[in-house]
Design a binder for this molecule. Structure first.
Ligand SMILES: [Zn+2]
Length: 274
């Protein structure tokens, strides 16, 4: 998943980075791979997410893998934890204690758990920290937003001044800053009530009209209404999808839909976003 944004950009004839959503479909657009300068084509399929590919079979990806910059807390929420460490975290979250003191010390050092001396009638317990809740999708979107913002800013401060990776990251950051998170109610006759979470760099009205047209083609008349829109917070879209993945409800090939048993707490949580 983290590799995705490097495939979302190609370079135009003026040397500017162009996002896949802003490019025209298919060949002949004169776009180039930002890394090797080979001809790039936009693949805007239904099944896979839109991306650029080399027109020729070969790819320069293996050659540049080593220098790849990973954006923290953007589309990967496992904090770089190895499967074993992640399993320990999940186990702690489910049983509330750790038998092995070395594991406990390691988790405390990694800021995943902390001792709360006041919990449980003053006897104290180990608790997940805000950070420790992230890989479990257990941190509210609002608290996550604060941590993500701090980490992204620190990361951008230390980004190399040059290099294509850094250039793409900066371009993507600007794009995220200019995009809004939206939350929609989608009513399709004959189906249960659905919701959609997404991000857009255009106006939410424009996006809603597009979604309505897309769904109507398959389902007939549908009703799509905006429950919330948060300008500048498009960067939270991926975490929302991660946090609410248990309510995912794919609609054919469309994967951004949710079927919440109770939407009220979700809405309450999102409405706290600034
Ligand atoms: Zn290339």
């Amino acid at each position: 998943m983290t590799q995705q944004i490097w495939l979302e950009y190609a370079r135009n004839q003026d040397g500017k980075l162009v996002h896949i959503e802003d490019s025209r479909r298919g060949l002949g657009s004169g776009l180039l791979c930002p890394f090797c300068g080979a001809e790039a084509i936009a693949r805007q399929g239904v099944e896979k997410s839109w991306h650029f590919a080399h027109r020729a079979e070969e790819s320069c990806a293996p050659a540049r893998k080593m220098s790849k910059i990973v954006i923290p807390l953007y589309d990967d929420f496992f904090l770089g934890l190895k499967p074993r460490r992640l399993a320990e975290l999940i186990e702690f979250a489910s049983i509330g204690r750790i038998a092995d003191s070395r594991v406990q010390r390691r988790m405390e050092a990694a800021d995943l758990i902390a001792w709360n001396p006041y919990a449980r009638n003053g006897r104290g317990i180990w608790e997940l920290t805000k950070r420790g809740k992230i890989p479990l999708g257990a941190l509210s979107v609002g608290l996550f937003a604060e941590i993500q913002d701090a980490e992204l800013r620190r990361f951008l401060d230390f980004l190399p001044a040059d290099g294509v990776d850094a250039e793409i990251v900066r371009e993507h950051w600007a794009r995220l800053q200019a995009s809004a998170l939206y939350f929609l109610k989608v009513e399709i006759p004959g189906l249960e009530l659905l919701h959609k979470i997404g991000m857009t760099g255009r106006s939410v009205e424009e996006r809603v009209a597009e979604i309505r047209a897309d769904l109507s083609a398959d389902y007939g008349p549908v009703s799509v209404s905006v429950l919330g829109c948060w300008p500048g917070l498009g960067r939270l879209e991926r975490y929302c999808k991660f946090r609410f993945q248990h309510s995912w409800h794919p609609l054919g090939t469309r994967s951004e839909y949710f079927n919440f048993a109770d939407v009220k707490p979700v809405l309450r949580e999102l409405r706290r976003l600034r």
